[in-house]
Design a protein around this ligand. Structure first.
Ligand SMILES: [Zn+2]
Ligand SMILES: [Zn+2]
Length: 163
């Protein structure tokens, strides 16, 4: 299973390819070493809780590169306006329709990634999505953890301002 987390020191994203074996990982940005849980975060069915912080509240999200869907739609729209300009409306519609379809197909083909509500660590690969254990993003739960992150951030700012 692959674990991806954001370094709390420098915000670089750190990838741990075989996280289930546990141990430490080093941030490529600032060399901060950070430990994570390995097999103890798993049971027979797979992931139990976040490998970084142990939180049991995790959600599933399509592992779809951000912005890719938008790029497809925008490019499709641009091409279709060219056909529209040359008075070929059928082609124009066909391009629009197929870019929307491509978007849809891609969306259903990409696997889910399991994300921690608290620290936003991402878990990918075999065992990261045990059947029926985690669900899609829940606004109420997400908001609770977002508030918590804001408070932690605020606390850190005050501490560094006074120290
Ligand atoms: Zn770092
Ligand atoms: Zn976490």
């Amino acid at each position: 299973m692959e674990l991806t987390y954001e370094c709390p020191e420098c915000d670089a994203s750190v990838r741990v390819p075989h996280a289930e074996s546990g141990g430490n990982s080093t941030c490529p940005g600032c060399q901060t070493v950070r430990g994570h849980q390995g097999a103890s975060a798993l049971d027979l069915e797979g992931l139990k809780h976040c490998m970084s912080c142990g939180t049991e509240d995790l959600y599933l999200q399509k592992d779809f590169p951000q912005g890719l869907g938008l790029v497809i739609v925008v490019v499709g729209f641009a091409i279709s306006t060219v056909f529209w300009y040359y008075r070929m409306p059928l082609w124009s519609y066909a391009i629009l329709l197929s870019s929307a379809l491509l978007d849809l197909v891609l969306y259903y083909r990409v696997p889910d990634v399991t994300i921690c509500y608290r620290c936003l660590s991402q878990h990918r690969g075999p065992g990261a999505r045990p059947d029926g254990r985690f669900r899609g993003f829940d606004l109420a739960v997400g908001e609770r953890y977002r508030q918590e992150r804001l408070r932690v951030e605020e606390h850190r700012r005050r501490k560094s301002a006074s120290g």
